[in-house]
Design a protein around this ligand. Structure first.
Ligand code: T1G
Length: 697
């Protein structure tokens, strides 16, 4: 008898119970256990109806993703589900938590489905670069019709139990939390009413209704934009369409073929790496799981600008009262008005209700004095990048805030240790680096200072989860992980334009790689003045920062999208970057001033210089322990800088390209381009010498 799947009978109901923590994934053990338990139920003459139910926090949450890429062990899931569907005794699936992927497919192989009202169902395989490979693309549309099946399968979004009932995916929804009791009651009713076996595969009305529909081509057209660069969403449409053009068994064969194409796509590896990496980053090296965490029930934010406002919204969204401090009433009123406008825009899109707008606004207040921070548990400073100003503010917070309050900075480049040194409690100082727009971007770069206590680190990691961010713990250095690598890429992009490339050529190489926008379009979004003031700050600090044609843009008031002209020009109300011959002229004049003769530059050189300089810097960041693991860098770039998740992040991508190839190119640029950025990282040389990868670290 399998350890993870058991069979017993309660009255006339044969109960098949899966118990394989944490999420009852369909490992080989669970699949073979399901078959053995079914056979027991079939043989049990006193069992009139069978019930499939799971222990723990959820119904089956899918195939065991850890088994992907390994040799497939029989029985395969499709075969298991076939046996359930062909049972001559009705089988009821009782769903709690999340019935996902192969889990929902298994439930669709059963004859009746009952769910708790708190449950969710979904086919999220597309998020792993796959498609439902055990009948989901053939059985789901037989219940929901083409449109909804395509929506669920191409987005992978979960559906609530209530909506699943409306769509015919489940037959009943019950309140409460005791799924076994709900399942037994429903199965008893099936037995008492002598309800027949009802196989989803036999349902045809929804298929007939949508046969020949152009909904499939509409979806393909829509995916051109929404799923740019992705492989599996298009295969999902092909598979669902097969359900409308082929008999069930042929549709299943077609689904299998398409599933295998997705399995062989490199995107599957990238997306599955991203899935597990996102979960691994929450386990910080050297931070014990049971490190005490402080309560964060009241928060202060300094600065009601774009970042401060967005940061405050995260806490209000999580139900935590937040007070924003500003120096002038006018700036405070403006900041609060922007927040209300953002919420009302979200309500207009139907994503929240007006009542929720009011509820969240009621959690946000303003002040002109730090005295109002005397009882907050956390303060986040979000003022512009000036070390002097930040030191002044932290000195004042040190006096105003209660003992045990966490003092955090949203700085994106400056030293957390220097800021902490302006207080008497450096152990309570940490960097909480949000990304713009702060209420949207999922990444929270959590910067530990030399003296930051474990309790404060653990509190910051827990807080990230509470405000629905992906928290990545990194060490303190200029630009931390994300911006430090971005600055290297930015400098190479600038150098490539100085030498002869055009901004749009560089940006196209990056968007073709899968970034949502290129280096220069990003500068226009962030504001040319941001980089300009940082360069000025660094020159003032005596650093040798090279001349830049971007400074000329700033000095001519071309600050980017906000002035409808930066590196690109923009039409009123449109964010589409349009190349501007005036900028080509400015760049040509700059080259002449610098005595540069421009040359033809290939896309491949642009790709290598923009990406390999980042990889080399990433290796230095790992060497220095600023990032503990390559996956910390991957998640930072996926959730903070739009690196395509289907490539797994920069370090995972580097392993796919081949570290020997990258090292050879780095060494070539060390000779031809020069500069510290092209000095090969010791770690990169070591890994190549040992034939290892970043993923092995
Ligand atoms: N396989 C293996 N491990 C899994 C897993 C899975 N399917 N799902 C979760 N885990 C692990 C996860 O790594 C973590 O481990 C722990 O469980 C808790 O997860 C044939 C091809 C279910 C909504 O895509 O979306 O079926 O870090 O931290 O926030 O068609 O996990 O503790 O060691 O995420 O409460 C389709 C993926 C598979 C669902 C729970 N299924 N999972 O979220 O906890 S493909 C999915 C989730 C498939 C068939 C195909 C979420 C969750 P650790 P967690 P959570």
């Amino acid at each position: 008898m399998s350890e993870v799947v058991t069979y017993n009978r309660e009255g006339s109901i044969g109960v098949i119970t899966v118990n394989y923590p944490p999420v009852n994934a369909l490992s080989h053990g669970v699949r073979s256990g399901l078959v053995a338990a079914l056979e027991q139920g079939q043989k049990d003459a006193d069992a009139k109806v069978l019930l499939l139910v799971c222990e723990g926090r959820t119904f089956i949450a899918g195939a065991d993703i850890r088994e992907f890429g390994k040799p497939m062990q029989e029985p395969g899931l499709a075969a298991v589900i076939d046996q359930y569907e062909n049972s001559d005794k009705p089988i009821v699936a009782a769903i709690h938590g999340t019935a996902l992927g192969g889990g929902l497919e298994t439930a669709l192989g059963c004859h009746y489905r009952v769910a708790l009202s708190s449950a969710k169902v979904g086919l999220p395989e597309v998020k792993l670069g796959l498609l439902p490979g055990a009948g989901g693309t053939q059985r789901l549309p037989r219940l929901t019709g083409a449109q909804k099946a395509l929506e669920m399968i191409t987005t992978g979004d979960f559906v609530s139990a209530k909506d699943a009932l409306g769509l015919g995916i489940v037959d009943a929804v019950e309140d409460g939390s005791d799924i076994k009791a709900v399942g037994l009651a429903y199965a008893q009713k099936v037995a008492d009413d002598n309800k027949p076996v009802r196989r989803v595969r036999d349902l045809t009305d929804k298929i007939d209704a949508d046969k020949g529909s152009d909904v499939f081509d509409q979806f393909r057209a829509g995916l051109q934009k929404k799923a740019r660069g992705l492989f599996s969403p298009f295969k999902c449409v092909d598979a669902v369409e097969a359900a409308f053009n082929l008999p069930f068994d042929d549709g299943m064969k077609r689904e299998r073929e398409l599933f295998m194409e997705c399995m062989e796509s490199p995107q599957r590896g990238g997306l599955i790496h991203s899935f597990f990496a996102e979960r691994e980053v929450s386990k910080v090296k050297g931070l014990a799981k049971d490190t005490p965490v402080r309560e964060i029930n009241k928060v202060g934010v300094i600065g009601a600008g774009t970042m401060g406002g967005g940061i405050a919204m995260n806490f209000a969204n999580a139900g935590i009262p937040v007070t924003i401090a500003e120096v002038k009433q006018e700036a405070l009123d403006k900041g609060l008005a922007v927040i209300r406008r953002n919420y009302e825009n979200t309500a207009k899109k139907g994503r929240i209700t007006q009542a929720q707008v009011e509820e969240r606004m009621s959690l946000i207040s303003g002040t002109l004095t730090y005295d109002d921070f005397s009882d907050v548990d956390l303060v986040i400073e979000a003022v512009f990048e000036s070390m002097d100003l930040k030191k002044t503010i932290f000195g004042q917070l040190d006096k105003a805030c209660k003992p045990g309050a966490i003092l955090a900075s949203n700085t994106s480049t400056l030293s957390i240790d220097d800021i902490a040194a302006a207080t008497s409690r450096p152990q309570d100082v940490i960097g909480l680096h949000f990304f713009s727009p702060a209420n949207v971007m999922k990444l929270l770069e959590i910067v530990r200072g030399e003296k930051t206590s474990d309790e404060v680190k653990a509190t910051a990691m827990a807080l990230a989860k509470k405000i629905r961010k992906v928290g990545v713990m990194v060490g303190n250095c200029y630009g931390f992980v994300g911006n430090r690598m971005l600055h290297k890429r930015g400098a190479e992009a600038m150098a490539l334009v100085n030498e002869g490339a055009s901004p749009q050529q560089v940006d196209k190489v990056l968007t073709d790689l899968g970034f949502p926008m290129g280096q220069f379009a990003m500068s226009d979004l962030a504001g040319i003045d941001i980089g300009y003031s940082i360069r000025k700050e660094r020159r003032k600090a005596g650093e040798d920062v090279p001349a830049s044609w971007m400074d000329k843009l700033a000095e001519q008031g071309r600050l980017g999208q906000k002035t409808q002209a930066g590196v690109y020009k923009y039409e009123e109300g449109n964010r589409k970057p349009i190349p501007d011959p005036q900028v080509d002229q400015i760049i040509a004049e700059f080259r002449a001033e610098q005595g540069i003769t421009s040359r033809e530059i290939t896309d491949q050189e642009i790709l290598e210089r923009c990406m390999y300089v980042m990889i080399n810097e990433g290796a230095k960041i790992l060497e220095e322990g600023i990032a503990d693991r390559a996956l910390d860098i991957d998640i930072t770039w996926i959730y903070g800088y739009g690196f395509p998740a289907y490539r797994g992040g920069p370090m995972f991508w580097a392993d796919q390209v081949g570290l020997d190839t990258i090292l050879a190119s780095v060494k070539n640029f060390q000779d031809t381009v020069g500069g510290e950025q092209w000095k090969p990282a010791g770690l990169l040389e070591k890994l190549v010498a040992e034939g290892r990868q970043f993923g092995d670290l």
